[in-house]
Design a protein around this ligand. Structure first.
Ligand code: SF4
Ligand code: SF4
Ligand code: SF4
Length: 260
């Protein structure tokens, strides 16, 4: 559980994603959603009912969510949001969980089978390890979100209290929140880049296969029919990929529009 040699931490993580106390540069963050997001603890735990702190901030700004849904922020977090929004201080909504000491994930390394599912689930890249090797939580990076617990097939991750007696913002500093936010945002960039690279690889492979099918000899009507069938399958797959990419680009544009 202690920090040790990091076997899987992405080597291209910018230093700011590990040590910076400043939020990532985001011109759009000047809007109301950005100012709300600045006040959230950035554990990215999803307990508010949204996939990360940013979407929750957007939902509050749009009036789709109340400002008392973040257990890691606790009562102080609600008060901070209430001040920003000019609204009354209200109790944390218990439907989303209770305010509690900050937790820390601990992996029973003897039981770990190295499946990597926890790494995929961790929103801030706080777990190091590689396939079929034991995995370890990097304590200083763990936000206590507990998202790694459920996917573990051998139940070897437990959450322990890391800040005895201190809860909410008493158990979490602004510097920790800023660092978690930077790591989360960087992870999103990396995952998007990885997906784009993979998609490009698949597209090139499909184009090469299409060329190969088109160049193949097809003398008989049966061979020509088979060639046409194969071409149609490849072209349909390429068209599906193109539409998916287009949709992703439109979603990205809509998201950045919503940030402004
Ligand atoms: S810390 Fe968790 S509950 Fe709070 S806003 Fe972020 S994701 Fe939502
Ligand atoms: S190690 Fe587990 S609890 Fe800690 S930040 Fe990652 S997913 Fe959350
Ligand atoms: S999910 Fe569990 S078994 Fe799989 S690598 Fe993580 S700790 Fe090990």
């Amino acid at each position: 559980m202690s920090p040790l040699s990091c076997l899987n931490c992405p080597t291209d993580v910018p230093p700011s994603a590990i040590t910076s106390s400043a939020p990532p540069a985001d011109p759009a963050a000047s809007g109301l959603a950005g100012r709300i997001e600045d006040l959230l603890p950035q554990t990215q735990c999803t307990k508010c009912g949204y996939p990360a702190c940013r979407p929750y901030a957007e939902a509050i700004a749009d009036g789709r969510a109340s400002y008392n849904q973040c257990p890691p922020g606790g009562a102080e977090g609600v008060a901070r949001l209430a001040r920003l929004l000019g609204r009354p201080v209200i109790p944390l909504n218990p439907v989303h969980g209770r305010e509690q000491p900050r937790l820390l994930a601990v992996i029973d390394e003897a039981a770990c089978i190295g499946c990597t599912l926890c790494i995929q689930a961790c929103p801030v890249d706080a777990i190091s390890g590689a396939a079929k090797q034991m995995h370890t939580v990097i304590d200083a990076l763990c936000t206590g979100c507990d998202l790694c617990v459920a996917p573990c097939p051998v139940d070897c991750i437990t959450m322990v209290e890391a800040t005895l007696g201190r809860t909410g913002w008493q158990a979490w500093t602004q510097e920790q929140a800023d660092a978690a936010r930077a790591r989360h945002d960087w992870r999103a960039v990396r995952l998007k880049r990885d997906k784009e690279e993979n998609d490009a690889r698949l597209a090139a492979k499909a184009a090469a296969k299409l060329k190969e099918v088109e160049a193949a000899e097809a003398g008989t009507p049966e061979e020509r029919a088979e060639q046409a069938r194969k071409k149609a399958i490849i072209q349909a797959a390429m068209e599906r990929a193109r539409l998916k990419k287009l949709q992703a680009e439109q979603d990205d544009a809509a998201r950045s529009g919503a940030k402004q």
